[in-house]
Design a protein around this ligand. Structure first.
Ligand code: BDR
Ligand code: CA
Length: 306
């Protein structure tokens, strides 16, 4: 059983990634969920995961982390995720509250008390960078950091930069240079694993969890619909699918340097090989097999949460 901490900024795709991990409770023990400013403010993204937990009747502890990047100002993404950070589903305000412990203190406790912990990072890397800096002696207790972020070729928020890395490049640099094993699911592999809009349309015929995903996709999919695309990447599910089924992926060991200062390239992940300090960079996947993993997880959850 893999013990995981999910660091996130929900976020439509963050929620779908958490659902995927939740479905596989034979594979993952979710020790806790930590939140960070990214897609929306810290308060909003924290409320979003709590809303979903209340609605499902589950209580994975949620710990609030940092409300801003290390140096730069937050730049929320209402175009991609709406004013709430999770526009689409209409869910009541959460009754549950985040834990009193700060995300960093929780990470310290969880990593100290467990043998090997995997960090699943679905957001700007602010919390994780500060954790690694504050307790460097705990780095050896982390199995790996499986993250969604970066790209080999082009960007999404900027021509060359992906949002999670762009939002806090200084934090990304600390994480990538930490010596902890990194699995990077960048834009290319996420696009390769895109869901067809017609596949997502079918969610409305499923159970409670599928219907939640249908509502999420009604807003999240608009970006693709407005551009005439037939599919959209559900970015954050990618590192979770990899942890479940690494055999579905093509990957290369590469150096990944983070651009901090470029006028056009801030937040770019400069990926090169042969590598001196290798990171596992996921490059491609078998779309149909990849999406089946997600669809099967929704079936499982529909049976579990009625
Ligand atoms: C990443 O940015 C966010 O909008 C998504 O949740 C994902 O983590 C994609 O670039
Ligand atoms: Ca995210």
């Amino acid at each position: 059983m893999r013990k995981i901490i999910i660091d996130c900024d929900p976020g439509h795709d963050d929620i779908m990634a958490i659902l995927l991990a939740l479905a596989h409770n034979e594979e993952f023990e979710i020790l806790g969920i930590t939140t960070v400013a990214g897609n929306q403010t810290l308060d909003k993204v924290t409320a979003n995961i709590l809303k979903v937990e209340d609605w499902l009747g589950i209580d994975i502890p949620v710990y609030k982390g940092y409300d801003a990047p290390l140096i730069r100002r937050p730049e929320p993404q209402p175009i991609a995720h709406g004013e709430s950070g999770m526009d689409g589903p209409v869910l009541p305000d959460p009754v549950s509250e985040p834990q009193k412990l700060h995300a960093l203190e929780f990470m310290k406790q969880a990593v100290s008390e467990n043998d090997k912990v995997t960090i699943v990072a679905l957001a700007p890397l602010t919390n994780i960078a500060l954790f690694l800096k504050t307790w460097p002696e705990l780095r050896r207790k982390i199995d790996c950091i499986a993250l969604m972020g970066g790209s080999v070729y082009g960007g999404n928020i900027q021509k060359k930069s992906e949002f999670n890395i762009y939002h806090d490049p200084e934090a990304a640099k600390i994480v990538f240079d930490s010596g902890v094993r990194i699995i990077m699911a960048g834009l290319e592999v996420c696009y390769a694993g895109s869901i067809l809009l017609k596949e997502a349309e079918e969610f409305k015929n499923g159970g409670k969890v599928s219907k939640l995903c249908y509502d999420l996709m009604q807003f999240y999919g608009l970006y693709a619909v407005n551009r005439g695309w037939d599919r959209t990447a559900v970015f954050d599910i990618t590192p979770v699918v990899y942890l479940l089924k690494p055999e579905l992926f093509e990957a290369e060991e590469m150096d990944v340097d983070i651009e901090l200062d470029g006028e056009y390239t801030r937040g770019m992940t400069v990926c090169t090989s042969p590598a001196e300090h290798p990171k596992t960079v996921l490059l491609n996947t078998d779309r149909e097999a990849f999406i089946s993993v997600f669809l099967e997880a929704l079936d499982l959850l529909d049976k579990r949460y009625v």
